[in-house]
Structure formats: structure tokens, C-alpha cells
Design a protein around this ligand. Structure first.
Ligand code: NAP
Length: 360
């Protein structure tokens, strides 16, 4: 490989055709850019704040034959080791009201915007629908990848479309809700199209009148003193922020990636025989045929809550969260996750599937 050429934003005169091009940094420490606090290095790193810079970064990676890794908020990835190739950190910013009618507004948001700041912005402007998704860490561009969800609302419920760039061709593509193939904490970008598209913006369809979803017991309990028609979306957001702050560790204090496992969905028949042996099992019907088990209950009752394994641990307030206070490499977190999966499988015959994605 020929030695790479570096340009800087402030030295754009050096760039071909006077195009400002981003700064490519070699051997870049990613510890502060992943919420699990894993101290790994990127072979090259670039932060992009415009579509021009983004396209330049893609061209550079293509010319130099460098594998690409797209980084958003770094809150749903486990970096097992140093990353070969070019890490492209998406920092595109901007929110545009693209349309409205009597009932809805359509808001287009750049991928690099912070998720919770978007929720706050929508509350300020009375665009309703994101309140149950308050305080989820990460960026707007990463949200559709796992169809983030909380307290009975999923991203797909407020999603209109997204724009992405095909990494191989550099061409823009629009994905509708159907073409994203959203599932439970899942989308086409985690499956068939994994690592093939780079999301640049998401358009949300938000209500002008509040449509509150208050079905989760924790939410109902916290708002029990209020009549349903007196509850505001901002109150819902505040209550969820409080619950989350009490239960989930702040990644800035204790490195973590939120829920480490999805709630397993099992056949109703399997659930019935499990419940015969474990009457306290926490579960919710998905449909006539399937039941969703609370993964946290399984992990807790397999004895893992609060366990410390060297530099990594299972959070004391929420067994679904693995923490990395010792800033271990990602493979140590994965080793703990595998032990938990094995013990839950041995005790309940249920397979736990991780929610974050593992790299490289
Ligand atoms: P919780 O309220 O203690 O409930 C335990 C589990 O039961 C949750 O995982 C939830 O499933 C399920 N559940 C509770 N009430 C339900 C209902 N009425 N209908 C269907 N399912 C119900 O859970 P928690 O751990 O404190 O989390 C609260 C919410 O925040 C959950 O929705 C959780 O998924 C969400 N959260 C999301 C992320 C993320 O997107 N990365 C991270 C942390 C927490 P679901 O998980 O399917 O909702």
C-alpha cells in the first residue's frame, strides 16, 4: 500500500480541486468514542461533518483498499480488538422540518445528531412521539439499525424514511419503513445489508397532538397520581429519565452499552412448560403463538446480578447491563456474556441473543 496522503480542513488549498477534505488520523485511540470504554485503536480515523467530507472519506478508503467501520455514538458496539482500516465517525448535524399537515410533522434529522438531544428538541417544539425513547444513548443514524425501543414504543412507530449512502458505489439511496425490515431490536442493516450502507439522515413522522403510550407497569406506577388525560409527553419523558437514571449506569461513570441481550421470544408451549417449574418467570405475550421473556429476570435468577469477573461485571441494579469499569478489551466482555448465555441456557433452555454488534 502506498503511504497515505493526509489533508487537513484548515489546509484545504493542498487538496485536489480545492475541495476541503477531512483529516485522516493514524493509530487513533477509540476509548472515548465507545461507551463500553474499550481501549482499542483504529488504523485510521476520520471525523466527517458534511456529505462532501463523507464522500471524500469513502473515496479514500476505496483507493487505499481500507476496510471501513462506521462509528456513530458508539453506544451499541463491542470493540473486541484494534480496528484495521478506516473508522469514519459520522458527525453530520442538522434538523429540517420538511412537511406538515393538520396531524403530523415530518422532521429530517442528520445522522450525527445526539438521540436524546433530538427527543428534547421535539418536546420543546411540541412534536410528539419520541418521549418514551428518552435518554437512550447514541446517535440518530444508529437508531434505525437496531430499531431502538423502550416503554412500548419503537423507532419504527415514528419512522418515515432514511437516506443512506451505498458504501461500494458512493450513491445515495432512500429506504422506506418497509424496506428497512424492522423487527424487535432489529433491521435489515443488522442482517442482510450489514455494513453495506452508511445512514446519513432519518425522517420522522411525529404527531401534533399527544398520543401517549403508558402501558408499561413502571411508567403507570410512576404516574399513578395523575389522571391519564392530565399527563403530558414532557412528564412521560421526565419520569422515564428518572427511572433510567436510577436503574441504568451512566456510561460516562461506568462504561456500558445498555441492555446487552435482547428479550428472548419463545413459543407459547415452551413458555407453559417453563412456567410450570418457574412460576415467577416474567413474560409478556407477543401474539397467540409466542411469548417474550424478560432476559433480565433469567440472568438475575441464574445468579448473575452484581457478579464481578475481573475487569468486567454484571450491573447490580439491572442484570441486563454488563459493565466494563476496568476498561478491558471487548473480548473480555464477550467472554462474560458467553458464560451468562451458557448458564441461562443450562438452567432454562433459552438462548440469549446479544443486542450490540461485535467488531472486528
Ligand atoms: P422493565 O420495565 O423492568 O421490564 C422488563 C422487561 O419486560 C422489559 O425488557 C420489557 O420488554 C418487558 N415489558 C415490561 N412491560 C411490558 C409490557 N407492558 N408489554 C410488553 N413488554 C413489557 O424493563 P427495563 O429493563 O427497566 O427497561 C425499560 C424499557 O427500556 C424497556 O422497554 C427496555 O427495552 C428499554 N431499554 C431499551 C434499551 C435499548 O433500546 N438499547 C436499553 C435499555 C432499556 P422490552 O424490552 O421489549 O420493552
Amino acid at each position: 500500500m502506498p503511504p497515505p496522503v493526509y489533508y487537513t480542513n484548515c489546509n484545504s488549498a493542498a487538496a485536489p480541486d480545492g475541495i476541503p477534505v477531512p483529516l485522516f488520523l493514524p493509530n487513533f485511540d477509540l476509548q472515548h468514542l465507545n461507551t463500553l470504554g474499550v481501549p482499542v485503536k483504529a488504523q485510521f480515523y476520520v471525523s466527517v461533518t458534511s456529505e462532501e467530507e463523507l464522500l471524500e472519506a469513502l473515496r479514500y478508503a476505496r483507493n487505499e483498499k481500507l476496510p471501513l467501520f462506521i462509528l456513530g455514538g458508539g453506544s451499541n458496539i463491542v470493540l473486541c480488538d484494534d480496528l484495521p482500516g478506516l473508522v469514519v465517525h459520522i458527525r453530520l448535524q442538522g434538523k429540517t422540518l420538511v412537511a406538515e399537515d393538520n396531524e403530523f410533522v415530518w422532521l429530517r434529522v442528520a445522522a450525527g445528531e445526539n438521540w436524546h438531544e433530538l427527543v428534547e428538541y421535539c418536546l420543546d417544539f411540541h412534536y410528539w412521539g419520541l418521549e418514551n425513547l428518552s435518554l437512550i444513548p447514541g446517535s440518530v443514524g444508529a437508531a434505525p439499525i437496531q430499531n431502538i425501543g423502550a416503554y412500548g414504543v419503537e423507532l419504527k412507530d415514528v419512522f418515515e424514511e432514511l437516506t443512506a449512502i451505498d458504501i461500494r458505489s458512493g450513491l445515495p439511496v432512500t429506504f422506506t419503513r418497509d424496506s428497512c425490515e424492522f423487527g424487535y431490536r432489529d433491521s435489515i442493516f443488522k442482517g442482510r445489508l450489514r455494513d453495506q450502507y452508511l445512514i446519513t439522515a432519518v425522517t420522522f413522522k411525529l404527531h401534533k397532538q399527544p398520543h401517549l403510550v403508558l402501558s408499561y407497569p413502571a411508567l403507570r406506577e410512576a404516574l399513578a397520581a395523575h389522571a391519564d388525560d392530565a399527563i403530558t409527553p414532557r412528564q412521560v419523558s421526565q419520569v422515564i429519565c428518572e427511572i433510567r437514571r436510577n436503574k441504568l449506569p451512566d456510561p460516562a461513570q461506568i462504561p456500558n452499552v445498555g441492555s446487552f441481550f435482547k428479550n428472548p421470544v419463545i413459543p407459547a408451549t415452551q413458555y407453559e412448560s417453563l412456567r410450570a417449574n418457574h412460576p415467577q418467570l416474567v413474560a409478556y405475550p407477543v401474539d397467540d403463538q409466542q411469548v417474550k421473556l424478560a432476559a433480565a429476570w433469567l440472568i438475575d435468577n441464574a445468579g448473575w446480578r452484581g457478579q464481578v469477573c475481573g475487569p468486567v461485571a454484571v450491573h447490580g441494579q439491572q442484570a441486563l447491563v454488563l459493565t466494563n469499569p476496568g476498561h478491558a478489551k471487548g473480548h473480555e466482555v464477550v467472554a462474560l456474556a458467553e458464560k451468562i448465555q451458557l448458564s441461562v441456557f443450562e438452567k432454562y433452555g433459552v438462548a440469549l441473543e446479544p443486542e450490540p454488534r461485535f467488531y472486528p
